[in-house]
Design a protein around this ligand. Structure first.
Ligand SMILES: [Zn+2]
Length: 398
């Protein structure tokens, strides 16, 4: 019998024999199972803590969400009207404190909603906000959809949109009958004219397809993101109803290969930050592919040596982004506030060790902590704004 088991059974038998509870209680408490959701271990490690209150260079955050469609059905946007999540004034206060030159609102929508978003942010505060358009999926069933969608990109460009955003709707929610039927694949030819229009107009495509690879495996005791999936069961794409992570990324790669004149920014490190070798191989294959790091400092920061090499190697094609959403307290890894930016800056600029990747009671995406990669100034400058400025066709903010 192992010593711990021996003590436990001894403790129980002592209690049963009616010994004073003062002796038995600590051993009984130690043997009681603890619900994982109540476990909040405090690290006893004493390590350097650097507060990076302002980024070293002005930042363009290429991945934020300041507006959403007023109506969505089964994960598909059905209305061109927008709900706005933050006033420019409250956003600018945080931006000025953190040295954020500009925020890119990826979910700008289309039609009237897009015009409203551009008027509210981009036109009211030139150079501080940029807006992307999105596909008009509610019209997907119309026979002329491919050419309609391409001309909608031209309209959006005229209205001032800087790029096109693809949510994971494509590949995981959009179906033949829009909200029902067979899933439409990421490389469906009906979108080819849309991708081409973006290339012609120099509008980069910020594309989020698939999701963390753990979301495609069973939500069980082996799943490294068990608590997150348990909190959000609708984030699981495991099972026969969905393609695999690999199938979605292969379809995405076929799109990138077919449209070499279109720039693709694969969001969330291409949704495969768990395998930087794979991402690197795709970066080598596709010169028209860049990556964005939003909501993946938890992945990059737990493999700091591989991440640092990745930044060295692809320093001209990595963009700063956070996936920040004002007032979205539900997902601490992406709430737009000072603390969120301080974590990203700490990860990129310092060699601090073993710190939280999100301002949260427990790490929300998996129970681990991260390490800084201390990028040199030349790379920081590119990642913070130069790479984004080049793709957006705007001046570097300094
Ligand atoms: Zn996002």
């Amino acid at each position: 019998m192992k010593r711990r088991n021996f003590l436990t059974s001894a403790g129980l038998s002592i209690a049963a024999a009616g010994m004073p509870s003062g002796n038995a209680a600590p051993q009984q408490a130690a043997s009681k199972p603890l619900d994982i959701s109540e476990y909040e271990p405090k690290s006893m490690l004493r390590v350097k803590e650097t507060l990076v209150a302002r980024a070293r260079f002005p930042v363009i955050d290429i991945h934020t969400h300041l507006s959403f469609s007023k109506k969505a059905v089964n994960g598909v946007q059905m209305s061109d009207e927008r709900t706005f999540l933050g006033t420019p004034q409250e956003l600018l206060a945080v931006m000025d404190r953190k040295n954020l030159a500009a925020m890119v609102n990826l979910t700008g929508g289309y039609g009237k909603g897009l015009e409203d978003a551009i008027a509210r942010y981009d036109n009211a505060y030139p150079g501080r906000f940029y807006t992307f358009t999105e596909p008009w999926y509610s019209r997907f069933k119309e026979p002329n959809y491919p050419s309609f969608q391409a001309s909608a990109i031209e309209d959006a460009h005229r209205a001032g949109a800087k790029g096109l955003k693809i949510l994971k709707t494509l590949g995981l929610y959009l179906r033949e009958d829009i909200t029902s039927g067979k899933l439409v694949t990421v490389d469906d030819a009906r979108f080819d004219p849309m991708w081409d229009a973006c290339g012609r107009l120099k509008m980069p495509v910020a594309i989020h397809v698939s999701d963390p690879v753990a979301f495609f495996t069973p939500t069980d005791r082996f799943n490294e993101r068990y608590e997150e999936l348990n909190n959000h069961p609708d984030w699981s794409f495991y099972g026969p109803d969905f393609p695999s992570n690999a199938q979605i990324l292969e379809a995405r790669n076929r799109v990138i290969a077919r449209h070499p004149k279109t720039q693709f920014i694969v969001l969330h490190v291409g949704n495969f930050a768990e395998d930087l070798e794979n991402v690197s191989a795709n970066m080598d294959r596709f010169p028209n592919m860049s990556v964005e790091i939003g909501a993946r400092v938890g992945e990059l920061g737990r493999q700091p040596r591989a991440a640092r090499k990745f930044f060295d190697r692809f320093q001209d094609r990595i963009l700063f982004g956070t996936d920040a959403v004002p007032h979205g307290d539900e997902f601490p890894q992406q709430v737009f506030n000072d603390k969120l930016y301080e974590i990203y800056f700490r990860f990129l600029e310092t060699d601090d060790e073993y710190f939280d990747y999100a301002p949260a009671r427990v790490p929300p995406q998996g129970r681990w902590r991260i390490y800084g990669i201390q990028l040199p100034d030349s790379i920081l400058h590119k990642v913070y704004n130069q790479n984004a400025a080049r793709l957006l066709g705007v001046p570097s903010p300094g």
